[in-house]
Design a protein around this ligand. Structure first.
Ligand code: IPM
Ligand code: MN
Length: 331
């Protein structure tokens, strides 16, 4: 049976990279039934739709969503991010943002292989807070970090379940418990309690600032990292930078409870400066499609795509897509 995929190419290089991802998925012999959705900054400028409730409800009927990138310079920052990306993450309850990193960091000889599990529905992203006396010298802005026991615990449990299936079986909590004592305490207690359910999984804790040093100097210490929404956003850009660049950084926004579709997107943005030049590397989008296939149970195809991407073909967007598609079809 065909997997029903909602395809949101989006803006800038988004449609270019998702086209290659779809090509590779088909080359892997996976039967998908793709329906395109015209969403993003360009659509918003045309008729004002960002993501209506009607469109969101249509999306709910799909097995998965594959997204390229959204955002155009003509739309003020935050409008599409909050109205489309965050709306999907929140309303579809995509509470895990899984971002794998593999590669050889600058200055290292042996490759690392770790995955960041970022909480994806809470933290400072939910829009708690407000502004008073805006535009005056006495302006006040607050932006709280929301951490529910339920939200934190389910994310941590996912990290442990994942670690239990991996070779090293190791989870590091990253936070800033020495300063963010309220949220940090909740995270640390939830972490300790879930850890007790997984005696076979080793644990560690790093403050987020120290973790930034280790990402660069000693990424091999990590297997699975679990962290909050904002720390995870920042750390995963750093993870991309030490793992071959953002052109390789894939990402899965998961609803592990499977009460609706999960969404898969490269970590990079819409890069309007290189649109149409063929300079966009489609590998991150292709690896995101591999994460999608794995989530849909197509483990063999996902593994074959990853192996083909390991060869790191170079060239234009289409040449890289063709090279990976050919390698996938042959193995
Ligand atoms: C990401 C992006 C988004 C985030 C933005 C575009 C809202 O940076 O997926 O990492 O901060 O989560
Ligand atoms: Mn980010």
């Amino acid at each position: 049976m065909a997997h029903r995929i909602a395809l949101i190419g989006g803006d800038g290089i988004g449609p270019e990279v998702t086209a290659e991802a779809v090509k590779v998925v088909r080359a892997a012999g996976v039967n998908i039934d793709a329906t395109e959705f015209d969403l993003g900054g360009s659509r918003y400028l045309r008729d004002g739709e960002i993501l209506s409730d009607a469109t969101l409800n249509e999306l709910r009927a799909f097995d998965a969503i594959l997204l390229g990138a959204v955002g155009t310079p003509d739309v003020p920052p935050g409008v599409i991010e909050r109205g489309l990306l965050l709306k999907m993450r929140f309303d579809l309850d995509l509470y895990v943002n899984q971002r794998p990193f593999a590669g050889t960091a600058p200055g290292h000889v042996t490759p690392h292989d770790f995955v960041v599990i970022r909480e994806n529905t809470e933290g400072p992203y939910v829009g708690e807070g407000g502004v008073l006396r805006r535009g005056t010298p006495h302006e006040i802005a607050t932006q709280g970090s929301v951490n529910s026991r339920h939200g934190v615990e389910r994310c941590i449990r996912y990290a442990f379940e994942l670690a239990a299936k991996r070779n090293r079986k190791h989870v590091t909590l990253v936070h800033k418990t020495n300063v963010l004592t309220f949220a940090g305490d909740l995270w640390q207690r939830a972490f300790n309690e879930v850890a007790a359910e997984f005696p076979q999984v080793e644990t560690a804790y790093n403050h987020v600032d120290a973790a930034c040093i280790y990402f660069v100097e000693d990424p091999h210490r990590y297997d699975v990292i679990v962290t909050d929404n904002l720390f995870g956003d920042i750390l995963t850009d750093l993870g991309g930078a030490v793992s071959g660049g953002i052109g390789l950084a894939s990402s899965a926004n998961l609803n592990p409870a499977r009460t609706g579709p999960s969404m898969f997107e490269p970590s990079h943005g819409s890069a309007p400066d290189i649109v149409g030049t063929g300079k966009a590397n489609p590998t991150a989008a292709i690896l995101s499609a591999a994460l999608m296939l794995e989530f849909l149970g197509e483990n063999d195809a996902a593994a074959r795509i990853r192996t083909a991407c390991d060869a790191l073909p170079t060239g234009s967007t289409v040449e890289i897509g063709n090279a990976i598609a050919a390698a996938v079809a042959a193995n």
